[in-house]
Design a protein around this ligand. Structure first.
Ligand code: UP5
Ligand code: MG
Length: 190
């Protein structure tokens, strides 16, 4: 049976590096569906699911929710979308996330978009975001930075070694960052 595997781009970068902002821009210009793992987890809390309290506690501590929970939400959102091209934003966050997603879905990312941004800039952005996120306080922000350095950067290194990382200087203004992002998504002419 002819069956085309979906195209997946992992969008990674530290907390506040601009993943969500740039994914919204990409979706307006290219035919992708944006799936933020964090947004899916926050929706799961709101829905009053049995995992809600556990997810809420982990997000408050900046910890990584068990892979099976996140992967189930991602798979469902992929199916529900009806699309076959996805920006998966904020996942995988550790080696276990990465290996589990690959094992369960058999999908390898087309490439990995990496928003590289200094911590001081990310901290400034998160502290002034004001969207009522329970993890946008300085205590949790520090924990999120630590988890990013210890657990998430190794995933980016893994894909770097495979030649799959497209790194973007994310410290620039939103429009300039998007100019660099567009280059990555625009097919090259030979
Ligand atoms: N902003 C954006 N770009 C800017 C620019 N170039 N110049 C100036 N300002 C800019 O941007 C953050 C803020 O900065 C916004 O106010 C924006 O206007 C401004 P945003 O686009 O929201 O950045 P983003 O990288 O998406 O930041 P976010 O806080 O969402 O990143 P996190 O990775 O911390 O959050 P996420 O939602 O992915 O995860 C939250 C938690 O969920 C995790 O800590 C973890 O506990 C849990 N989680 C899991 O357990 N597993 C998962 O797979 C995913 C999440
Ligand atoms: Mg986000």
């Amino acid at each position: 049976l002819a069956y085309k595997k979906p195209t997946v781009v992992f969008v990674l970068g530290g907390p506040g590096s601009g993943k969500g902002t740039q994914c919204a821009n990409i979706v307006q210009n290219f035919h992708y569906t944006h799936l933020s793992a964090g947004d899916l987890l926050r929706a799961e809390i709101k829905s009053g699911s049995e995992n809600g309290t556990m997810i809420q506690n982990m997000i408050k501590e900046g910890k990584i929710v068990p892979s099976e929970v996140t992967i189930k939400l991602l798979e469902k959102a992929m199916l529900d979308s009806g699309n076959d091209k996805f920006l998966i934003d904020g996942f995988p966050r550790n080696e276990e996330n990465r290996a589990a997603f690959e094992a369960v879905t058999k999908i390898e990312p087309e490439f990995v978009l990496f928003f590289n941004c200094p911590e001081e800039e990310m901290e400034r952005r998160l502290l002034s975001r004001n969207q009522g996120r329970e993890d946008d306080n300085i205590e949790t922000i520090r924990k999120r930075f630590k988890v990013f350095l210890e657990s998430s950067l190794p995933v980016i290194e893994y894909y770097k070694a495979k030649g799959k990382v497209r790194e973007i200087d994310a410290a620039k203004p939103i429009e300039e960052v998007f100019e660099a992002v567009k280059v990555v998504f625009t097919p090259k002419e030979e």
